[in-house]
Design a binder for this molecule. Structure first.
Ligand code: MN
Length: 198
């Protein structure tokens, strides 16, 4: 797949004269890959989890958002790769445009590939994605510790599960999607973004 093609689906869905979203580019990754979770009130409210892998943000839409409880399995629907610039995107996608509605940066930080650290596995992020089994250690402001993303069927399916791994950062009593709703970038809620940017 050519470098430009990685974002063809992303670009094809959007009119950048109308949407404030970045048109972006495939970018070389730094030492520490980044992740972002964006809270997005489109047709239905959801959380977009994006992991920097091989120069793009590989993305899943998580209707219920991430949990800190290892017993919770959250449906995560794979969506199109996004440009790296999208880690900073917060604003309102105008009515009539793809994904219309407000977006805020609910969490962000860096992550490590746990499979690559495991003796006898050493799977890269790219391989993990192909195999449908990613294990990452997030260092965010709200989320931290191991998270597994597991594809539920054939490679063609978009259905994955997002599960908190059972480690010292697991905490069944926390519920950050409910108790910490605001942006880690600006402190704003979705309602405040609508008020200030519409
Ligand atoms: Mn979305």
């Amino acid at each position: 797949m050519g470098r430009r093609d990685r974002l063809a689906s992303y670009r094809g869905n959007r009119d950048f004269r109308k949407s404030p979203e970045p048109s972006g580019d495939v970018t070389a990754s730094g030492d520490e890959p980044r992740f972002v979770v964006q809270k997005h009130a489109a047709t239905a409210l959801h959380y977009d989890l994006r992991l920097e892998i091989d120069g793009v943000l590989v993305s899943w839409s998580v209707p219920k958002g991430p949990s800190t409880d290892p017993r919770e399995r959250r449906l995560a629907l794979r969506t199109e790769d996004h440009p790296i610039d999208y880690v900073e995107f917060e604003g309102v996608i105008p009515e009539g445009e793809y994904g219309a509605g407000p977006v805020l940066v609910w969490d962000r930080g860096s992550f490590r590939n746990l499979r690559d650290e495991r003796e006898g596995d050493r799977a890269s992020l790219g391989t993990s994605l192909e195999e449908g089994k990613l294990e990452v250690w997030l260092e965010g402001e709200k989320l931290s510790g191991g998270y597994a993303l597991i594809r539920t069927g054939e490679p063609e399916t978009k259905r994955w599960l997002l599960v908190k791994m059972d480690d010292e950062r697991a905490d069944a009593r926390r519920n950050p999607t409910r108790t910490e709703p605001a942006s880690v970038l600006s402190g704003r809620t979705l309602e405040e973004i609508v008020e200030t940017e519409s």
